[in-house]
Ligand binder design. Structure first.
Ligand code: ATR
Length: 276
């Protein structure tokens, strides 16, 4: 019998995760199934425990259950604890629920796959919501010179920065700061859009001085056409990357946590790009 996995969301019909994990399973010869389950908003824990009772081995957790996933976990990884949310659940042999978050690793791996150097870079992150909190630990572990968080509600950026500052890594210390958009100057080497503004076709107010000459603009969102943020950056000469690769890389890390096998992500990313 195949091992069972799923993604929980609400809604979940749009999720690309079943497709990605089917491609990984086929590529790696893994006997597993992966389905999308729309859990009731008010009882995520019940949905997870019912899935496990029916033979479920692990799950991805997407909006709006990432914090709920955190709460059902018996054992949290350190990065999940820092993120305050999880995207991967594992039903352990001991019956306990283990949880991790792979979004930040996915982001860093995708930046690396595109040849972007984070070590020593001046990074700007736009947004201070759950999506941004979830990626800060791996970004900081990559050793940037500085990391600034800008957000429409400035206090949220300041408070999030304070949670992650100071960040020690060997002899090196990264400055982590936060502000509103009005105080933003630049130049930055890497600018990552982690706001949900792109969803509504909106753009935070950004100064012309934002990007360094060879700057990279990354949007954690993806769509068939470039997001407004990537269009803005592209018009100013920046290299632009959307979040499709991050989606595939975070899935690959979840797959590894469950199956202990690392899929080759590049062909899967290419397939998904063609299917957009
Ligand atoms: P997520 O889980 O996607 O991070 P969230 O926690 O609701 O969702 O955070 C959404 C982020 O997008 C926030 O940083 C929000 O800014 P505020 O904290 O000021 O609300 C940001 N955001 C959403 N729409 C925006 C817009 N039109 N312009 C600028 N920022 C926006």
């Amino acid at each position: 019998m195949s091992d069972r996995y799923c993604v929980f969301g609400h809604p979940v019909g749009h999720s690309r995760s079943p497709r990605i994990h089917a491609l990984f399973a086929e590529q790696c010869g893994q006997a597993m199934t992966y389905e999308a389950i729309e859990a009731p908003r008010e009882d995520f824990a019940g949905a997870w425990h019912a899935f496990v009772a029916a033979g479920g081995c692990g799950a991805n957790v997407t909006v709006p259950f990432k914090e709920e996933g955190y709460r059902v976990a018996d054992v949290l990884s350190q990065r999940a604890r820092r993120a305050g949310a999880v995207n991967t659940l594992i039903h352990g042999r001991d019956g306990r629920t283990y949880a991790d978050t792979t979004d930040g690793v996915g982001l860093v791996r995708d930046l690396e796959a595109h040849g972007v150097t984070l070590d020593g870079a001046r990074i700007l992150v736009l947004g201070a919501g759950g999506a941004v909190r979830g990626v800060l630990d791996p970004l900081l572990a990559a050793g940037p010179q500085s990391l600034h968080i800008a957000n429409r509600t400035a206090e949220k950026a300041v408070s999030l920065a304070a949670d992650f500052h100071p960040q020690e890594r060997g002899q090196h210390q990264t400055r982590v700061t936060g502000s509103g958009y009005d105080a933003l100057e630049g130049p930055f080497d890497v600018v990552i859009n982690g706001t949900s503004a792109s969803l509504g076709g909106e753009l935070p107010p950004l100064p012309e001085t934002l990007l360094a000459a060879d700057g990279v603009a990354y949007d954690m969102m993806y769509a068939a056409d470039p997001t407004v943020f990537l269009q803005w950056a592209s018009a100013r000469g920046a290299r632009t990357i959307d979040g499709l690769g991050m989606l595939v890389e975070q899935a690959a890390e979840s797959f590894f946590l469950w199956r202990h096998v690392r899929p080759d992500t590049a062909p899967v990313r290419d397939t998904l790009r063609r299917e957009l």
